[in-house]
Design a protein around this ligand. Structure first.
Ligand SMILES: *Cc1c(COP(=O)(O)O)cnc(C)c1O
Length: 825
């Protein structure tokens, strides 16, 4: 019998009238539930399946559209995606919000009540993973034919619990229940080889190499739809899951190696078991190295398969594909593509290298030296012997060119080599990424400059044309439309809804900064958001805060360079002031809110959390200060928490040591929601200042050059401590165990580190920070002026849409245009 595809393909478009039927269908016939047995989770599942049907129709149509267009494809390779919840986001991006609400009304089901039942997908650490998620949203919204590749970790970033003031890590079981947003694509399973040896053979006198690996793991793809906003486009995020190859098992079983076979199976599946929870410090673990190759190998095979459907001439590859590397994590793909082209497709080396170099773009995310990836040569020898040969040969050719350009300069060869010799032989992945790419970009203007001038000056001199900047952005769909629906509604009422896909339209709000009625509504929205946050704070921490307090917020990964420590020291200073002077009668309550995870092995970061929590306990319970200050640490920072906190914030803390934060994106989310920034001249803070105007942001502290000078001079934090009574008082109070009565001495390592090194210049910036806060408090008293500034912040944040960022990548690096359906179809 022949299927009638015309009828099968006919779209079951979502109609308000049929929504209820679909929902009931899923609840009963998929979930097997009725009124007696259905839980709220069952209702959520049925709702999600209902909306997923609608997504799949568009998903299939998008694939047809892209295939017909024969357009060049964008392949975005990222080891991390911090997606957050997808249910609301999908409904909003589909534009199905109202239909969904009205369609289910007769059942008495309001979809928004069920959103907390979704287990959020948190396959990333922080900014880098969230950026990848914002980029997916923008690429889909801009009709760009892009596929995101990543790993389907069984456990994402750990759940953070607090136990007696200490961070405790718990596994994140996000797949415990069905993940409705993924579809297993078993037919596109690929093999990934490891280990073994390289054989040499000759064809027509040409030396050839054949990698004979020792074991194989399978990569199974799971696809997640990425819904564009209001354009009927649904792109794909393909996540790879590792599984041990059955054939291999069988062989071993037959040979009677039952135990070996089983442990190998466990080994293979361990590859995608868990996300590495280190943010910016490479722990150099062998499993992580194998994870990276697994990811790269699966993705490149998939890209090749797609390419071969379009062409069999590999010289066309750069015209059909561009691969963007989100940091060096997937940079082994440069050696992998070379291996495929040279060993498997038998292309001459130079041709293969030309194709490879034209096909990659590399985004650098950090200049912290401890975060620049270097892999021990012995890892390559053990797991990727052929890749090591390829990297050595690339290095040999490359250093030859360098020496021709710099005759007699041996030091430059040592500096630029892909191989670091001392103290241990290692491959410098950033160097590989630079020589293997057409484009190398930083993520904010200042970071791109530092990259060129201080981190990679030799490479910049050799390849000035490769270096460029793409200032990060955030998607306005999640970070305004979804997170702050009341503000979004007010904005749309005034300037129409074009801002959702063209954020520069927010400029039109500037005139409302002088409109009394608008300001009143703006303030009311902030207050409502604060009420929600106050409730959440009470539920999560038991601390009661006033709805109209000043909410001063620092939420981000805990790291010494981000200087949560400076923030809490300042809070202690304010507390001392209150206790000494007690002149706080008319001051509003100030809530200092923190959230963020520390890498499990990062001792200092964990102690900073402990200090915040201990200080909170003392301050929140001290009746002498009449609740004028509250300190809260909300556990388990994640995307959904950010969505609640940010719209309620008055003051956004972006206080990294100048030169350390490549861009930051948290800073953008706050300003877009009308918080005023207190920040250093670092990363994108500088560009935010340029956009919103110096008078609408609070900057303080040493700039990059001043920090550099301090670092190169002899910085003496102890002297600052002894000369500055404010610093002295705070440190002495901590050292007196005022905040650690029952655990005396626990904060000694923190104090010691500050007094003897202060690597991140907390003391050097302390006074400026304190004075800046005093200024902020003064300005906050003028509510009208404050609101004006907040509105101007919102109005002038257009630049920081990830749509702008992605348009720049598409035009300058990828050379890919949007694919739009032909008119009349
Ligand atoms: C935006 C975001 C980040 C990045 O924040 P920064 O302040 O730029 O470090 C980290 N984690 C989550 C959950 C985020 O939403």
């Amino acid at each position: 019998m022949k299927a009638n595809w015309d009828n099968i393909d006919a779209q079951i478009t979502m109609q308000k009238e049929s929504l209820a039927n679909f929902f009931v269908h899923y609840l009963k016939f998929f979930g097997g539930k009725d009124r007696y047995s259905a839980s709220e989770l069952d209702v959520y599942n049925a709702l999600a399946y209902t909306i997923r049907d609608h997504i799949i129709e568009k998903w299939l149509a998008t694939k047809v559209l892209y295939n017909k267009s024969h357009s060049k494809r964008i392949y975005y390779l990222s080891m991390e995606y911090l997606l957050g919840r997808l249910f609301s986001n999908n409904i909003i991006n589909l534009g199905a919000d109202k239909e969904f609400r009205e369609g289910l009304k007769k059942l008495g089901v309001d979809w928004e009540d069920y959103t907390p039942w979704e287990r959020e997908s948190a396959l990333g650490n922080g900014g880098l993973g969230r950026l990848a998620a914002c980029f997916l949203d923008s690429m889909a919204t801009l009709n760009l034919p892009a596929i995101g590749y990543g790993l389907r970790y069984e456990y994402g970033i750990f759940r953070q619990d607090i136990c007696q003031g200490y961070q405790v890590e718990e596994p994140d079981e996000w797949l415990k229940f069905d993940n409705i947003w993924e579809m297993k694509r078993i037919e596109h399973t690929v093999p990934v080889h490891f280990g073994g040896e390289v054989e040499t053979y000759h064809i027509d006198g040409v030396e050839k190499f054949n990698w004979c690996p020792s074991y194989t793991v399978l990569g199974i793809p799971y696809d997640m739809p990425v819904v564009g906003y209001g354009n009927n486009i649904v792109n794909t995020l393909r996540l790879w899951s590792a599984k041990v190859s059955e054939e291999f098992d069988l062989q071993d079983f037959n040979q009677g190696n039952y135990i070996d076979a089983v442990s190998e199976k466990v080994e293979g599946e361990t590859l995608t078991k868990v996300l590495y929870p280190d943010d910016r410090t490479e722990s150099g673990r062998e499993l992580r190295f194998r994870q990276q190759y697994f990811f790269v190998c699966c993705s490149i095979q998939d890209i090749m398969r797609k390419f071969l459907k379009e062409s069999s001439d590999f010289r066309d590859f750069p015209k059909k594909a561009v691969i963007q590397l989100n940091d060096t994590h997937p940079s082994i793909s440069i050696a992998e593509l070379m291996r495929i082209l040279v060993d498997e497709k038998h292309l001459p080396w130079d041709v293969a290298w030309d194709i490879t170099r034209k096909s990659f773009g590399y985004t650098n995310h950090t200049i912290l030296p401890e975060a620049l990836e270097k892999w021990p040569v012995e890892f390559f020898q053990r797991h990727l012997p052929r890749h090591l040969q390829i990297i050595y040969k690339l290095n040999q050719h490359f250093l030859q060119e360098v020496s021709v350009q710099n005759p007699g300069d041996n030091d430059i060869l040592r500096r630029m080599s892909l191989v670091e010799e001392y103290p241990q032989k290692k491959i410098r992945m950033a160097h590989l990424a630079i020589i293997g790419s057409t484009s190398v970009n930083g993520v904010s203007e200042i970071h791109s400059e530092i990259l060129k001038e201080q981190v990679m000056p030799d490479f910049y001199n050799s390849f000035p044309h490769k270096f460029n900047n793409k200032t990060n952005g955030i998607t306005p769909r999640r970070w305004l439309l979804q997170a702050n629906p009341s503000l979004a509604k007010l904005i749309t009422e005034k300037i129409g809804k074009e801002w959702i896909t063209d954020l520069s339209q927010l400029k039109k709000l500037e005139k409302y900064a002088d409109d009394k009625d608008f300001r009143k509504r703006f303030d009311k929205i902030k207050l409502e958001n604060k009420k929600k946050l106050a409730k959440l704070i009470e539920i999560e921490t038991g601390v009661v805060v006033e709805d109209d307090a000043i909410f001063d917020v620092q939420i981000k990964r805990i790291h010494e360079y981000k200087r949560q420590l400076m923030n809490i020291l300042h809070v202690i200073h304010l507390y001392c002031e209150l206790r000494d002077h007690k002149n706080f009668k008319d001051a509003p309550q100030r809530v200092f809110l923190f959230a963020g995870k520390a890498a499990p092995g990062y001792y200092m970061a964990k102690m900073i959390i402990k200090l915040i929590l201990n200080v909170a306990k003392v301050i929140n319970n001290d009746e002498l200060i009449k609740d004028k200050i509250k300190v809260v640490f909300i556990p388990n920072y994640k995307v959904s928490l950010a969505e609640t906190i940010i719209p309620a914030t008055d003051i956004s803390e972006q206080i990294s040591t100048a030169g350390k934060e490549a861009s930051g994106t948290g800073n953008m989310k706050f300003a877009l929601n009308g918080a005023l920034t207190i920040g250093t001249l670092d990363g994108a803070n500088i560009e935010i200042m340029n956009e919103v105007g110096k008078e609408n942001i609070f900057t303080f502290g040493l700039d990059i050059d001043e920090i550099k000078a301090k670092r190169e001079g002899n910085y003496e934090p102890y002297q600052l401590y002894s000369e500055n009574p404010n610093i002295k008082k705070v440190i002495d109070l901590i050292q007196s165990n005022f905040f650690s009565l029952h655990e005396p001495g626990i904060f000694e390592p923190i104090c010691n580190s500050l007094l003897t090194q202060d690597q991140y210049f907390v003391f050097a910036d302390f006074n400026a920070y304190m004075e800046c806060h005093e200024k902020i408090l003064q300005e906050y008293k003028n509510q009208k002026q404050w609101t004006k500034k907040a509105i101007l912040n919102v109005a002038r944040m257009g630049k920081f849409s990830s749509d702008r960022t992605i348009n720049e990548y598409a035009a300058d690096i990828w050379k890919v245009s949007p694919v739009k359906p032909k008119k009349g179809k």
